[in-house]
Write a protein that binds this ligand. Structure first.
Ligand SMILES: *[C@@H]1O[C@H](CO)[C@@H](O)[C@H](O)[C@H]1NC(C)=O
Ligand SMILES: *[C@@H]1O[C@H](CO)[C@@H](O)[C@H](O)[C@H]1NC(C)=O
Ligand SMILES: *[C@@H]1O[C@H](CO)[C@@H](O)[C@H](O)[C@H]1NC(C)=O
Length: 388
């Protein structure tokens, strides 16, 4: 290289740096010199966003105390099951039991105007473009787990339900919770009528068909909740993985690639060593539903977007949130803990008592129930067991 040219190469970056330095100095001078007060205010709001949010909300609601029709989270205060006139016109003539296209979206938007419907159920290969979640660590997003997710998705190769369900013009979904309240209600055949039947963790079907139904479209689970006995996995259901901790993705990779389970540190109880499912039958639930349930719907502490005391929604609430975005009608069964009956069974399939739930550090059952009550009261979802 000629000396003059290399000289130029050296000078150019210096010029650029010099210019940057100069302009940033100007910027600072401008800000500090002319509007120091404004700048300070902005910094405080940005940095302390999570902490100051509740106060800001209070100020706002005090400001419009007379006319306020929405609660702090943005839900309509006066909820009833009536259809708004435009929906009455749209659905009023449909006979009982016919699926109403777009019903959940319309009803949800009418009580929670901030609701935005299109959020896909599962992560697909474009997942990195999902703005709301690429900045959050698990469970509220997938930051730091991008490579492992890419590897898994390249192997599962399927990102929807199945061609038949995906093409339904109107989907009726039921989320079957694990509550003891399902016992002895003979709701099984009613549950089996839905197009999409969602079950959670290890909740069994065999032996409980009369009460909980026999069909399973998908089973949403995290490592500690997954069925451990390979023989108990039902055929034809999707294994849907919901991550709560970074190591959960490592576990999923081992399950997808049928590796021997290694590194079980960090799980709070024993986990399944194998999942007898083909990769094409495995999905990753969009973590947006955990984030939205926690911060927008239930109003749990933001904690700078990190997992903290009492800010993780239960898997049931996450599943309902998913259904609000992806189903035309939503029903739930087996939800609701009645704290006034501590001796009632917590789950329909085991003897653990209701009182056991009080230990929970991660969930806030009472706040979560407030959210679910809004949905039921407004008729957004139907509660088949009347426990909410
Ligand atoms: C429903 O029925 C009413 C009364 O028969 C009629 O005026 C209205 O146009 C119908 N709505 C739809 C969407 O068909
Ligand atoms: C359900 O019915 C069975 C048999 O009648 C009874 O043994 C059981 O206690 C009942 N369970 C609940 C939760 O009521
Ligand atoms: C649940 O939320 C309520 C109201 O914000 C709060 O008082 C309570 O401490 C929370 N419980 C847990 C377990 O975080």
């Amino acid at each position: 290289m000629k000396p003059t040219r290399s000289m130029l190469f050296a000078v150019c970056p210096m010029l650029v740096l010099g210019f940057l330095y100069y302009s940033s100095g100007k910027l600072h001078l401008h800000v500090w010199g002319q509007k120091p007060h404004k700048h300070k205010e902005a910094t405080v709001t940005e940095a302390g966003n999570a902490k100051t949010e509740p106060e800001v909300e209070t100020v706002i609601s005090v400001g419009r105390i007379v006319g306020s029709v929405y609660d702090k989270l943005g839900f309509l205060l006066k909820l009833d099951g009536k259809l708004p006139p435009e929906l009455e016109y749209k659905y009023g003539n449909l006979s009982e039991g016919v699926c109403k296209p777009g019903y959940v979206d319309a009803k949800m938007t009418s009580i929670f105007p901030k609701f935005v419907k299109p959020v896909s159920m599962f992560l697909d290969q474009n997942f990195k473009r999902l703005k709301n979640i690429n900045n959050y660590l698990p469970p509220f997003g997938f930051r730091t787990q991008e490579n492992i997710i890419e590897l898994i998705l390249a192997t599962t190769k399927n990102y929807g339900l199945n061609p038949e369900l995906d093409s339904l013009a109107c989907k009726r979904c039921v989320i079957v919770g694990n509550g003891g309240i399902l016992s002895n209600k003979s709701l099984g055949s009613r549950i089996d009528e839905y197009d999409i039947i969602v079950r959670l963790n290890e909740a069994p079907v065999e032996g409980f068909v009369k009460d909980v139904g026999s069909k399973t479209t998908m089973r949403i689970t995290y490592p500690e909740g997954a069925i451990q006995n390979p023989l108990r996995y039902e055929k034809d259901s999707l294994f849907v993985f919901s991550a709560f901790k970074p190591q959960d993705f490592r576990w999923l990779r081992q399950m997808v690639f049928k590796d021997n389970l290694r590194g079980v540190d960090g799980f709070w109880k024993s986990v399944a060593h194998q999942v007898p499912r083909e990769p094409s039958e495995m999905r990753i639930l969009n973590p947006y539903f955990i984030q939205e349930a926690a911060f927008r719907f239930i109003g749990l502490p933001h904690n700078n977007g990190l997992m903290g005391k009492g800010n993780i929604p239960t898997l049931g609430a996450v599943a309902i949130t998913m259904a609000l975005h992806n189903c035309d009608e939503v029903a739930v069964a087996g939800f609701g803990y009645d704290m006034s009956t501590p001796h009632a069974p917590l789950h329909y399939y085991e003897k653990v008592k209701m009182s056991a739930i009080k230990e929970s550090w991660t969930h806030n059952i009472s706040k979560e129930k407030e959210f679910l009550r809004k949905l039921v009261k407004a008729g957004v979802i139907t509660d088949l067991t009347n426990g909410i």
